[in-house]
Every structure is written in structure tokens, then in C-alpha cells.
Design a protein around this ligand. Structure first.
Ligand code: UDP
Length: 380
């Protein structure tokens, strides 16, 4: 007897599966398309004995103690503060753009002036989205904003999204704000750490329960069908809840059209030396077709004569050909998503959660929080 079906073994689906199994003592079937659990958080040791993030760098950071307390039941942690350099005019400088970046790029007197102007207008340690700084009327701040916009954002965003920063939801570029202070870390959150043995191991621990069954390599529609507004499992009407974490447009056979996503071609390379670059990630806004290079040894240190790097080449998402990574934020896309959302409400047993099902740019901590909330509010 199955009480709940969960579609997708990513973080969202696995948190809900764990909660159902452990606190409701009910039976869960997870249906997963891929041949592994953990969704895009999936990590594994490669042939160089280096723990790599198969779907791009995943750096856990949060201010939410509830999320930390919850995940700590399934993993120990290693403290890890992510730092990123940005390649600008032949120089590698820290981003988010901060006082150190300013000193590295501009002559001393100019740097001092820019810092002074920033501190006159903004609080020390505040984070200013580039699109907000760009509205500055002060001549020097306006110069700084234009510089950062041109050198850091405009070309990276063109590669990553095929759009201009101002044509997208400002929240996307605000993820990497200008930082009014000297902190070089990519994130400022209180908790910055990584599961000691990786995300896959942590998620595997979440799923280790007799009430949880997982079907890998299984497309939802091979196992379940929808007739009228009901779900059928192997041809038999299923009266429990279906927690769906996949693409909402796919679930409903694209009846309101395809929702666009961005994809990324992840190209891993082995380099025959101990280290390849200075920091875990280096962004290349203005050079090459890839956006950034990540070297995983900086994230999970290990003794090895070789090193593994990842170059990320953003691409248009094409159904059946590549992976949908990022929903694309425009008003039009949101309106189309809302049509799906409204339609989904006619399915009384259906619960939607996650980056793909909710068409939202959730971070990992947001997903865990969201899944815990959905479990509390919607799982009956
Ligand atoms: N961004 C940019 N230049 C950079 C870093 C980020 O233009 O050097 C913009 C870009 O639009 C990107 C967004 O900020 O998609 C968010 O960056 P983040 O590093 O958070 O992206 P993620 O790691 O989620 O892909």
C-alpha cells in the first residue's frame, strides 16, 4: 500500500518523503527519472577521488536556524566560506564587488573617494543591487555603477540568460550585490557550510527508512496516468496525495505552452597538476563562452596530484535534449506559469513544490524551508 507519491528525488521531494515517513508513519513511493537521488545537488567522487557537483557548484548558506537544525539530523558539516574571483581586463578580483575589489582596480585616490561616497550614501556592510546603484545621481557613484554593470553584469547575464539585466527580475542580479565593506565572501549568511560527506550522502540518510521506496530511471507518466482530475498508479485509481516536484508544464502536457528555462552544458576536465586556480570559482563575464570555472578541490580538499575543473556553458533549454536548470523571470513567463498554477488547483490531491514545479529560483535552504512548510500546511 502506498499512501503518498512523490515525483522527483531532489531536495524538495526528499524532505517531504522523510517527514511523511518519520512523523506520519505512512508509506511513500518516490518516482525519479534519473538514475540517482539528490536532484541537482547530486555529488559523487570522480576518477581523481575528488567530490564533484555533477550539476554545477552547490554551496550551502543560510540564515535559517530551523533549516540547519533539520538537516543536521542527517549530516555533520564542514565549515566552508565560498569565495569567487571575477576576471576583468586581465586581472582576477573579488566579487561581490567590494572595497577590496575597488582597491585592486582603481588608483588609490580614486578608490578612497569611491569608498567614501559609498559610505556617505549606504550603511557599512550593506548590499546594494547593481540596478539600484545604477540609479545614483552622484557622479562618482554613477561612474562606479556603470563600470561594475559593464564589466561584471552585462556580458555574464547575456551568456547566462541571453538577456539584459534590466529586462529580468531585479532579484536575479541582486543575488550578487555590490557590498559596502571588505568581506570577500560570496555570501554573507550566518551559516555557511557543506555536508561533510556530500549532499548525496545527506539525502540518502534522509531516505533511509522502511516506509520510503524509490523507483529510479522511471518517468512519472510510465507509472502514473491522469484521467479527468484523478491520478492512477499502475492503472489503479490513487486516492493519496501526489507531491510533484518536476516541470509543471510537462505534467500538464504543455497545454498552455512550454515554460522556458535556461540550461547549462557542464564540461568537466581533469588537469594534470595539483591546483588549477586560486579560488573555488572564477567568473569570466567578458571572455570565453563559459560563464565560470569551478575547481572542486577548493570546496572539498583532498590530496591528489590531479585536479578537476568544471566549465559552465549556458544554453537554451530544449525538451528531451538537456536539463532545465533555471526558470526565466519575465512577466510573460510568470503569467503563463500562473495559468498552470490555476489549472493545478482543480486537482485536489496534487501538491506542487520546488524550483521546477513552482517556477522559482529557490536556493537549497529556501527549498528545505519551503518543503518543511508545505509538509506542515498541505500534507494531509
Ligand atoms: N551575475 C553576473 N556576473 C557575475 C555573477 C553573477 O552578471 O559575475 C548575475 C547573473 O545574471 C547571474 C546572477 O547574477 O545569473 C546570479 O548569480 P549567481 O552566482 O547567484 O548564480 P547561480 O550560482 O545561481 O547560477
Amino acid at each position: 500500500m502506498i499512501d503518498y507519491i512523490i515525483v522527483g528525488a531532489g531536495l524538495a521531494g526528499c524532505v517531504i518523503a522523510e517527514r511523511i515517513a518519520n512523523t506520519l508513519d505512512k508509506k511513500v513511493l518516490i518516482i525519479e527519472k534519473r538514475n540517482h537521488i539528490a536532484g541537482n545537488c547530486f555529488d559523487e567522487k570522480d576518477e581523481n577521488n575528488i567530490l564533484i557537483h555533477k550539476y554545477g557548484p552547490h554551496l550551502f548558506h543560510t540564515n535559517n536556524k530551523e533549516v540547519i537544525d533539520y538537516l543536521s539530523k542527517f549530516t555533520n558539516w564542514d565549515i566552508y566560506n565560498h569565495e569567487v574571483l571575477c576576471f576583468i581586463d586581465g586581472q582576477k578580483v573579488s566579487i561581490p564587488f567590494n572595497f577590496n575589489t575597488i582597491s585592486d582596480i582603481f588608483p588609490e585616490s580614486k578608490a578612497k573617494l569611491l569608498e567614501k561616497k559609498l559610505l556617505e550614501k549606504y550603511e557599512f556592510n550593506s548590499k546594494i543591487p547593481i540596478l539600484e546603484l545604477k540609479k545614483s545621481e552622484d557622479e562618482d557613484l554613477s561612474f562606479l555603477a556603470e563600470y561594475i554593470y559593464e564589466k561584471v553584469f552585462v556580458n555574464y547575464t547575456a551568456k547566462q540568460w541571453n538577456m539584459k539585466p534590466e529586462d529580468m527580475d531585479g532579484a536575479v542580479t541582486a543575488r550578487v550585490p555590490v557590498f559596502v565593506g571588505s568581506d570577500n565572501r560570496y555570501f554573507n549568511d550566518k551559516y555557511q557550510m557543506l555536508p561533510k560527506y556530500g549532499y548525496t550522502k545527506m539525502i540518502n540518510n534522509m531516505l533511509s527508512h522502511k516506509n520510503i521506496k524509490i523507483m529510479l530511471n522511471s518517468d512519472f507518466k510510465e507509472v502514473c496516468s491522469i484521467k479527468e482530475k484523478d491520478f492512477y498508479l499502475f492503472g489503479k485509481k490513487f486516492d493519496g496525495q501526489v507531491i510533484y516536484t518536476g516541470q509543471i508544464d510537462e505534467l500538464f502536457d504543455y497545454k498552455f505552452g512550454e515554460l522556458p528555462y535556461r540550461s547549462v552544458d557542464m564540461k568537466f576536465e581533469t588537469i594534470e597538476k595539483e591546483y588549477y586556480q586560486e579560488k573555488a570559482t572564477i567568473n569570466y563575464p567578458n571572455n570565453y563562452d563559459f560563464t565560470r570555472i569551478t575547481e572542486f578541490k577548493h570546496i572539498h580538499p583532498v590530496n591528489s596530484e590531479k585536479t578537476t575543473i568544471l566549465k559552465e556553458y549556458p544554453q537554451e533549454y530544449k525538451i528531451g535534449q538537456n536539463t532545465p536548470y533555471y526558470p526565466i523571470f519575465t512577466e510573460e513567463n510568470q503569467e503563463n506559469y500562473n495559468k498552470y498554477l490555476e489549472y493545478s488547483k482543480e486537482f485536489k490531491n496534487l501538491v506542487l513544490v520546488g524550483r521546477l514545479a513552482e517556477y522559482k529560483y529557490y536556493d537549497m535552504d529556501d527549498i528545505v524551508k519551503r518543503a518543511l512548510d508545505v509538509f506542515g500546511d498541505k500534507i494531509k
